[in-house]
Design a protein around this ligand. Structure first.
Ligand code: GRF
Length: 199
């Protein structure tokens, strides 16, 4: 199966996915790494791994849908069957979501449905929760609300800072996200309404 990873930033999750593909844990090929940010370190990671990477500049398209059409064109050209969002900081248009219905996943750094939005670690830490952690989920039109594939609990200890918590959440992301992708690739995930059943 061909997969694509969409990124905007440092790409530590991308790295975990690259490593999992290289070791054979995920039995798929990364056909494309696509970034909407020219300076994303994730693009360096792609280069180092010898994987095709593409930067598309949102500013050079007339509308959000034109931008997404170009992305979808690139995905289809490479016969991509699963789209993996890994720190991709842009909302997908309904067009994109329909084209890849039930085949787009995301990793969010909080236990959804708590702390949706741009910075789930910051918000959970500021709120004073005792347990937080990442969520891997499918994408639907409602932001951060698609069926949940898996979650991992992370304890917030008294000595934690926002940064130390972020590091702990990231560590768990790097375990659960490759596993979610592996399970999808092996046909083990079935969406039943709001639920994802592991076969
Ligand atoms: C992760 O914390 C993820 O949960 C969120 O964006 C961050 C991306 O980090 N969606 P990285 O670029 O994979 O290091």
């Amino acid at each position: 199966m061909n997969i694509a990873v969409l990124v905007s930033g440092s790409g530590t999750n991308l790295q975990a996915i690259i490593d999992a593909v290289k070791s054979g844990y995920i039995k798929a090929d990364i056909a494309l790494i696509l970034s909407d940010n020219k300076k994303a370190y994730a693009l360096e990671r792609a280069k180092k791994a010898g994987i095709e990477a593409l930067f598309l500049d949102p500013g050079s398209f007339g509308s959000k849908i034109d931008f997404d059409k170009e992305i979808v064109k690139n995905l289809k050209k490479r016969a991509v069957e699963l789209v993996v969002l890994a720190g991709y900081m842009r909302l997908l248009t309904p067009y994109f979501i329909k084209e890849y219905k039930d085949r787009i996943m995301n990793i969010h750094p909080a236990l959804l449905p708590s702390f949706k939005g741009l910075d789930g670690v910051k918000d959970a830490f500021a709120y004073g929760v005792k347990v937080t952690g990442p969520t891997a989920h499918f994408i639907t039109e409602k932001v951060d609300s698609g069926p949940i594939i898996t979650q991992a609990p992370v304890e917030v200890e008294d000595g934690d800072t926002e940064d130390s918590l972020r590091e702990k959440v990231h560590k768990e992301e790097h375990k659960i996200y490759p596993k979610a992708i592996k399970d999808f690739v092996e046909g083990k995930l079935e969406i039943k309404g709001r639920k994802v059943v592991h076969r």
